[in-house]
Design a protein around this ligand. Sequence first.
Ligand SMILES: [Zn+2]
Ligand SMILES: [Zn+2]
Length: 154
Amino acid sequence: MTAPGTPSPAHASAGVGSSGEGSCLCGAIRYRFALPPLWVAHCHCTICRRAQGAGFVTWIGTNGEHFELIGGADRPCTYFSSPEATRSFCGRCGTPLFFESTRWPGELHITLGSVDPLLAAELQPQAHVHWLEHVPWIGAIHDGLPRHDSIGSS
Ligand SMILES: [Zn+2]
Ligand SMILES: [Zn+2]
């Protein structure tokens, strides 16, 4: 869908109507999603921390209708982390990729760390959510972003 001579999505600004791509570590799963994202946020909930083995996880919210798997050899493995929510990851390399929940119908949440790096650098987080659950070992964060005890009200 990219015309000759136009920049690839990774180099385009995150404008309306464009798309971005990402992949797992081994490349078996590659995906495309609509830009701009609905939101970008750091999640400090205990489930994200455990699921990804990291101090916190940065997610982007996207429109699930405009999401597609492209070019990869595999489909993601899916795990129900609660009765209403699934987390998907690469079954070969284990990269955490997607989150879906009936709480956010129509949205697909994607780990910012799996988005292509040049694009990810443009997608600035807007808030910390589930801040009440953050761990002390991530140290002080002086980014000036709002911190919501649970999920932001936006
Ligand atoms: Zn992989
Ligand atoms: Zn979380």
